[in-house]
Design a protein around this ligand. Sequence first.
Ligand SMILES: CC(C)=CCC/C(C)=C/CC/C(C)=C/COP(=O)(O)OP(=O)(O)O
Length: 259
Amino acid sequence: MLKRIDGLAVSLFGGSLLYVRTFVGRLLSVGPIPKHIAFIMDGNRRYAKKRSMAKSKGYEAGFLAVMALIKYCFELSIEYMTIYAFSIDNFRRKPEEVQYLMDLILEKIEGLLDHKSIVNQYGVRVHFIGNLKLLSEPVRLAAEEVMEATSNNTKCTLLVCLAYSSTDEIVHAVQESCQEKWNEIQEVNANKAQDIEITREILESNDVINLVDIERHMYMVLAPDPDILIRTSGETRLSNFLLWQTYKLCAVFTKGIVS
Ligand SMILES: CC(C)=CCC/C(C)=C/CC/C(C)=C/COP(=O)(O)OP(=O)(O)O
């Protein structure tokens, strides 16, 4: 959609919109720039329905909007972007809808490898985060391929949340922390008898598992907490997205970007 608007504006104003955008970008970059912006990219179906378009057109518009956002964030030197592309809850949609979305997501992930894609043009490092084992093998393998292919990119980082929910992330981080602590204790136990004292020390400390341990095992450890959260459809709920990382948040925008 943004591409269409850009195209229309370019033909109407002979490209002057690009100057306005560059000017606004320069103006904004004088002030404090957020380090990390997170997006809940919903409202695609509603966007299509409102315009009597096929659902696929809504998702296409949503995807193009995300790509345009990467470009704008890059121009403003915003280092991290996170998008909520598919929640664990989305698996509860009708099987044919889930299949449709998975095929679409696979196509979009594969498209990121194209040398002309925004990701490659702008040197974006891509991470897919979430409970990736819930994804089908082709989607997981394509995601791994993109992560590998972009692993040397340093200019900006895109985190794509797939099969993600915040409560699942927290449970995962607590489980990993427990496992780590357990392994530590086992290792000590495997040593001499005198180390029973050390085992007791570990268990009795208030510190069996602490905040730092849990945060270290969060999928989102790859980025600082977001400064701004944007929900494209206009809904005002967090819908199980970044619950742990948004308690200090200073701004949430829900005005439609896509709609
Ligand atoms: C790079 C990459 C993999 C991008 C993902 C592409 C993409 C379009 C994902 C779909 C996002 C999604 C399932 C939104 C949920 O609401 P909805 O929009 O289905 O419907 P709603 O109108 O009910 O909110």
